[in-house]
Design a protein around this ligand. Structure first.
Ligand code: ZN
Ligand code: ZN
Length: 404
């Protein structure tokens, strides 16, 4: 140790009572080995300073350092119900202590002194690691425990659990995600029968219910790769989604069991497959992914249809580029602009009088109902103009979402 440092320490100890840890922390750069308390003891020994100063008498921490085992207990109790592999400890420290600390740094011209907060966090982590059999992870902990050292309160920040899957929607009239009641905005009113919801059931809630039970999460968020219309079925291999479970207590859940239980409970409404654990990054990926969609369309025409004519028109649609101005029905929530979309394929399945069924494969984001009706010529070319008879979609199902 530098003589200069020893002199500084000696003078400091004449002015103030400092516990070993608080002294050692100030000069920790000067001594290689040991904890801050050990460093402090070493300095005091060098100075032949035998005065016993407990943490309680310490001018700086006023006993805070000795409370570490108590904080460890509080955090351990709070974490008990939660399953995690990695963790991190944070703390809130009395402002008085932080101000005194600053005062000392200025007095001693210390530029990179360690704040007491860091010592508290690190020391708690060091005790908890072997005790819990878990690892401290600074950039990406599963769970972060913040101890308020003034009020003895532990708050947890828990990383969400993400589950990827694909869903099929087997009944019409179910929206993909929750919508708050448009009258009361979720508070509950007469109109929504005090549910606060616009729709009684949603794909989101049907898919999430068992997941919330298995993980004991507090809330969820559903991220679909696009969405079908409320009155459309979603068939085939299903649509990719990522379900985000917030504040899960359990993480190591059995996804096979979850899938089975969910499908049993949501029978004839929704079916999920291909569950696996996922992450936040995947949400962006499935949201941005441009998956080709295949639809089964049932349309109704204003006059009886001619099957040969319809088949001929369908053939000209292979690889056809269409232009769609934002449809009237979504104009309130989408920018008004022209979108170019490709029709990959169109196959006529059946024609009976004014009803026809066809399978349409389109680029992601195509407004299929408008492609059939023309939407007052906002979509061109459109099927109605190509066959020369006004038509409209009466049933629309997604039968496949390509990609992945
Ligand atoms: Zn102290
Ligand atoms: Zn309401």
């Amino acid at each position: 140790m530098k003589v200069q440092t020893l002199k500084q320490a000696e003078q400091l100890l004449q002015e103030r009572h400092l516990c070993d840890a608080c002294l050692g922390r100030l000069f920790r750069q000067e001594i290689k080995e040991g904890s801050n308390a050990e460093k402090g003891r070493f300095i005091k020994k060098q100075l032949h300073n035998t005065e016993k100063i407990t943490s309680n008498d310490c001018w700086l921490c006023g006993g805070l350092i000795d409370e570490i085992p108590h904080f460890v207990d509080l955090i351990t109790k709070t974490l008990k119900e939660y399953e995690f592999e990695t963790f991190l400890v944070g703390s809130k420290i009395d402002e008085d202590i932080q101000e005194k600390e600053q005062q000392l740094w200025t007095q001693l011209s210390l530029e990179d002194a360690e704040p007491i907060k860091m010592e508290i966090n690190r020391e708690i982590g060091k005790i908890l690691e072997p005790q819990l059999g878990k690892t401290v992870d600074i950039p990406n902990p599963d769970i972060m425990a913040v101890i308020d050292t003034v009020y003895d309160i532990v708050t947890l920040q828990i990383i969400s659990l993400f589950i990827y899957g694909r869903y099929k929607k087997l009944q019409r009239g179910i929206p993909q995600t929750k919508w708050p009641c448009q009258i009361c905005f979720g508070k509950g009113c007469k109109r929504c029968n005090y549910t606060g919801k616009l729709y009684e059931i949603t794909v989101e809630e049907l898919v999430a219910q068992k997941s919330l039970e298995h993980t004991k999460g507090t809330d969820e968020s559903f991220h679909g790769s696009g969405r079908e219309d409320i009155d459309a079925l979603m068939l085939g291999t299903g649509r990719p989604f990522v379900l985000e479970i917030k504040n899960p207590k359990k993480r190591s859940i059995n996804l096979k069991d979850l899938e089975k239980e969910t499908n049993l409970a949501t029978k004839n409404l929704v079916e999920i497959t291909s569950l696996r654990f996922s992450n936040r990054e995947e949400i962006a990926r499935i949201k941005a992914a441009e998956f080709r969609k295949t639809y089964r369309v049932t349309l109704e025409a204003a006059q009886p249809l001619n099957k040969e004519k319809l088949i001929k028109v369908a053939q000209t649609l292979q690889g056809k580029l269409i232009k769609q101005l934002t449809p009237t029905r979504v104009a309130h929530r989408r920018a008004n602009k022209v979108r170019e979309r490709l029709i990959y394929n169109c196959v006529i399945e059946s024609v009976e009088g004014i009803i026809a069924r066809l399978v349409l494969e389109t680029e992601s984001g195509t407004y299929v109902k408008e492609f059939v009706s023309g939407d007052d010529d906002k979509t061109r070319p459109n099927l109605s103009e190509l066959i020369g008879i006004p038509c409209k979609v009466i049933e629309l199902d997604v039968i496949d979402v390509k990609g992945e």
